[in-house]
Design a binder for this molecule. Structure first.
Ligand code: MLT
Length: 200
């Protein structure tokens, strides 16, 4: 998979997953803002939608191709495991940062694979898979950046995701913002406050 790896000064690896139409370059600045000393593994989505990279196919806006989502989620995890061997980072200390489509596949890693992530910062995620049997997520740290007026993801859906993850044992915190589906600096700063309290 097309990706960027940057070795940091500590054991945490930030796994960066961009939004629709993004690339592996998009979230690097944001990751440095969150933790300038972590390793960075930033991946480009494998699926193309009218020239826009994504992490899995969709049938329409907000309507996922579930078979592809499951396949791509497993493929992403296999790549992360290969990268851990190649670059020598600790698989138990991977924290995802995803926006929109990238947050959705990060959420689906949590929904499908126990222990795949130590934590996740999910900017404007949806409930990725309503049929999933979510594994025990005890000890997993999750921060959700949600929109009170996000056209892509209703507040109810953000709350549903929070409840599903909490029920599975994850520690979940939600920050609410009023900028629709956009990712703003206010939201990044709130995620940073949570990250510093949780991982330092
Ligand atoms: C998705 O397809 O993952 C969501 O609709 C968000 C997005 O468009 O990226």
């Amino acid at each position: 998979m097309q990706h960027i790896f940057e070795k940091g000064k500590k054991e945490i690896t930030l796994l960066l997953l961009h939004g629709t139409g993004g690339t592996e370059h998009d979230l690097i600045g944001l990751a440095k803002e969150i933790d300038a000393e972590a390793n960075i593994l930033s991946i480009r989505g494998q699926v193309m939608e009218q020239g826009m990279p994504r992490f899995f196919r969709r049938l329409a806006e907000g309507v996922f191709d579930m078979e592809d989502l499951r396949f791509r989620t497993d493929e992403l995890l296999a790549f992360i495991k290969e990268a851990a061997v190649q670059y020598g980072f600790d698989l138990d200390k991977v924290v995802a940062i995803g926006y929109s489509n990238g947050a959705n596949i990060a959420g689906n890693l949590l929904f499908r694979h126990q222990g795949s992530l130590a934590g996740a910062i999910l900017h404007h995620p949806m409930v990725p898979d309503r049929e999933a049997t979510i594994p025990d997520l005890t000890g997993t740290q999750v921060w959700i950046g949600a929109g009170t007026n996000d056209f892509m993801c209703s507040p109810q859906e953000s709350e549903e995701l929070e409840q599903l993850l909490t029920k599975a044992g994850a520690n979940v915190q939600v920050g609410w913002f009023e900028y629709g589906h956009q990712l703003t600096m206010d939201e990044v700063q709130a995620a940073k406050v949570w990250y510093e309290a949780t991982f330092r």
